[in-house]
Ligand binder design. Structure first.
Ligand code: ATP
Ligand code: MG
Length: 414
């Protein structure tokens, strides 16, 4: 390979290390989350307990679910951990059929895999197990009881929030059923939600059996590790201020750590350098914006569009993204005031931008914000958590954010 080819090759390689749109599926590149991992493992080891992993979109729920098996691997005994995604049309039965088909796939991929000895290869296929009868909480329990004699089943049901109420209720029944019979199998439900109650209404009846594991945003240290580990794998280095900038922009969302990390390493490699500087990160942000999910870009533009040249929509939205929030991400109009002052240099009072906030939570601006609470006490939040860092990145590129302000953010994020 010629030298230029080698650089180009390394830039391509960055795409295997930084994967903004693919959940992690390997322990070696999984960063942090020690407390959550430990809780899942405790659940698995406790007969009769099951888990619900919930949190904002994009915080790393699927990645965590994917590595459970790896983390348990060292503990001896065979594990089979299929993961399936639910969709809006799935029923309780169709979801379980997917689970058992997935188990069959895993089994066929592992030649010496679990329960192989002397067994017919189709023993675990959904059709062999259930015949024409759709799986029910009872039949699922019976099948899992038998299966758990060969290996420890950990059944990961992802995108659980997409299921309709009826199948969710059946899942609650099934979990109760498995728990009452102390079956040595663990169901792990994964979904986007602020609370478990949003996902399972009659959650009270399964409360003891279903351990809630909330995925918070990642602490700055874990985001730092994602970027550092990635760059180390690429045999690259990063300046301290550049690293801090990425951590600040990611806002605890690993997706952005990967997205900016990917572009920053490529910007550097394209100029035949292995060092990521602050200037490199700034260039990378422009690219990251272009490469952000189409849906995010469209939603952003339709939220701030206006026929009037001088309007405040962009500034108010940026101030919302920079506003101090509570732990669920909500802020009040009052919290928007201070960033507004710093961005525009003018002291706008709340009534000046109240209408903007109102429109942001209305369909005509795509409900970019979600509004809750009573009149005069409204609280707002970005409907899509991935939007907030995107808006801040737009602000950085447009040089709207005073340097000192980002610095402040650095401290609170660290
Ligand atoms: N612990 C981690 N270490 C390194 N990267 C991570 C980690 N957790 C998540 N990521 C990365 O963050 C991004 C989002 O992760 P993931 O898809 O697991 O989130 P999610 O919560 O399941 O999202 P969604 O709600 O959209 O399903 C992915 O690019 C993934 O590679
Ligand atoms: Mg997911």
């Amino acid at each position: 390979m010629t030298a230029p080819e080698q650089w180009a090759f390394r830039a391509l390689d960055a795409g295997r290390v930084f994967t903004p749109n693919t959940p992690i599926d390997e322990k070696s590149v999984f960063s942090g989350r020690k407390a959550q991992i430990r809780r899942v493992i405790d659940v698995v080891n406790q007969k009769g307990q099951h888990a619900m992993i919930f949190g904002e979109r994009g915080v790393g729920k699927t990645s965590l679910a994917n590595v459970i098996g790896d983390f348990l691997g060292g503990m001896g005994g065979e594990i089979v951990a299929p993961r399936v995604n639910c969709d809006g049309n799935d029923t309780f039965a169709s979801t379980w059929l997917k689970v058992f088909d997935q188990i069959e796939l895993i089994r066929n991929r592992t030649p010496l895999g679990f329960g192989r000895a002397g067994q017919d290869t189709s023993t675990y296929g959904a059709s062999a197990l259930f015949g024409d009868a759709p799986p029910t909480p009872d039949s699922v329990r019976r099948v899992l009881t038998t299966m758990s004699e060969g290996a420890l089943p950990i059944l990961i049901v992802d995108e659980f929030d997409r299921l309709k109420q009826e199948p969710r209720r059946a899942f609650a029944d099934a979990i109760k059923n498995l728990s009452d019979h102390a079956v040595r199998a663990t169901v792990v439900l994964v979904g986007v939600a602020d609370s478990v109650d949003q996902l399972i209404e009659e959650h009270q009846s399964v409360a003891r059996a279903l351990v809630q594991i909330q995925m918070p945003r990642m602490p700055a240290g874990e985001i730092t590790t994602i970027v550092q580990t990635g760059l180390q794998r690429l045999e690259m280095t990063i300046a301290e201020d550049a690293l801090r900038r990425i951590v600040l922009l990611a806002q605890g969302l690993p997706h952005y750590a990967h997205l900016i990390g990917l572009h920053a390493s490529r910007v550097a490699l394209d100029t035949h350098s292995t060092d990521v500087t602050l200037a490199v990160v700034d260039q990378a942000i422009t690219k990251a914006i272009e490469d952000a999910q189409q849906s995010i870009r469209n939603a952003y533009h339709s939220a701030i569009r206006s026929s009037r040249k001088h309007n405040l929509f962009g500034d108010v939205l940026l101030s919302c993204a920079l506003a101090k929030t509570d732990e669920l991400g909500f802020f009040a109009a009052q919290d928007v005031r201070s960033p507004m002052r710093k961005i525009t240099g003018k002291d706008y009072d709340i009534p000046t931008f109240a209408q903007h906030l109102n429109e942001f939570s209305d369909a005509k601006r795509g409900k970019i914000l979600k509004k809750t609470g009573q009149t005069r006490r409204y609280r707002y939040r970005f409907s899509d958590p991935l939007m907030q860092p995107f808006v801040i990145m737009q602000g950085v590129v447009a040089h709207k954010i005073p340097a000192g302000f980002l610095q402040q953010g650095d401290d609170s994020a660290a």
